[in-house]
Write a protein that binds this ligand. Structure first.
Ligand code: 16C
Length: 259
């Protein structure tokens, strides 16, 4: 309930590097990231979310929305994974060197601009789905962390988030190549919960749980049959979240915990 009073912009600014703050994208990054964190934290209260996938702790909800005859169904997913932190989750999602390891829809990924340690601009070409044309995307990606409003004690870990949002790049005009440009706004957010049993002793991976929220709105940008599109995301979103979280568990299991 207190989220309406939280000045997310201020908290995001406090976490940002100087190079990000000085960039012309910053006002937009701050606005979009704040809005994404606010709505990711809101839960399912607002809007008619329908559950369409349930697999253990993983739950995926969607709203059926069409714009100009194109399916743009917003997705909201929650998951809970033991043994990793929100920071670790967002680290592997953000940094380009890991992307080919876990991103199953990728044909190519290029870093167009490394603005700062916490802001990178990407061009990605995705796998083609028959009978639609191949898609590409240009977006900035920002890694941030904010204090956990549910858990105000001083030593409680921050909530981490990576936000990806489409941006126009003169160097990569839309529909310039053989791909159709897709438009996306995505947040992956992780809140680390520490078991009370760990108090006063060294923290082990068994003591931590990461509460994950993933929200996505993808506009296909051009014609694609609705039935194909809905079938594709119904398969791809769960595949992504399961594969990606398993990847982070595997990568971190023998590393020191990064809160
Ligand atoms: O968030 C995810 N990944 C990030 C890093 O890559 C980033 C990218 C998101 C783009 C996701 C859209 C890609 C759709 C292209 C077509 C899919 C091909 C599938 C082929 C499989 C062999 O934020 C994780 C993304 C998880 C996957 C989401 C899939 C959503 C599909 C939505 C429909 C797109 C329109 C396709 C038009 C035919």
């Amino acid at each position: 309930a207190q989220t309406t009073q939280t000045n997310w912009g201020e908290l995001i600014r406090a976490a940002a590097t100087n190079a990000s703050l000085k960039h012309t994208y910053w006002p937009e990054i701050e606005r979009v990231v704040a809005e994404q964190i606010r709505s990711a934290r809101m839960g399912l209260g607002k809007g008619a979310w329908q559950l369409f996938v349930e697999d253990g702790e993983m739950k995926m909800y969607r709203r059926e929305v069409e714009e100009d005859g194109l399916v743009v169904d917003p997705l909201k997913a929650t998951h809970q994974v033991k043994g990793i932190t929100g920071r670790e989750l967002c680290h592997y999602f953000f940094y380009p060197e890991y992307r080919y390891d876990w991103e199953g829809t990728l044909e190519t990924m290029n870093v167009v601009d490394k603005i700062a340690e916490d802001t990178i601009v990407f061009h990605q070409i995705h796998k083609r789905i028959w009978p639609a044309a191949q898609r590409d995307a240009t977006f900035w990606s920002h890694l941030t962390h904010v204090p956990d409003e549910d858990n105000k004690s001083e030593d409680s870990p921050h909530i981490w988030a990576t936000v990806n949002s489409s941006v126009e790049l003169p160097s990569h005009p839309p529909n310039g190549g053989k791909q159709v440009r897709i438009y996306l706004t995505i947040i992956l957010m992780g809140q680390t919960i520490i078991s009370p049993a760990a108090k006063g002793r060294e923290l082990k991976r068994d003591d931590i749980t990461c509460k994950i929220t993933y929200c996505a709105v993808v506009n296909p940008g051009g014609w694609a049959p609705s039935s194909v599109l809905r079938a594709v995301y119904k398969r791809e979103y769960p595949k992504f979240l399961k594969r990606f979280t398993a990847y982070v568990i595997e990568k971190t299991k023998n590393l020191p915990i990064k809160l």
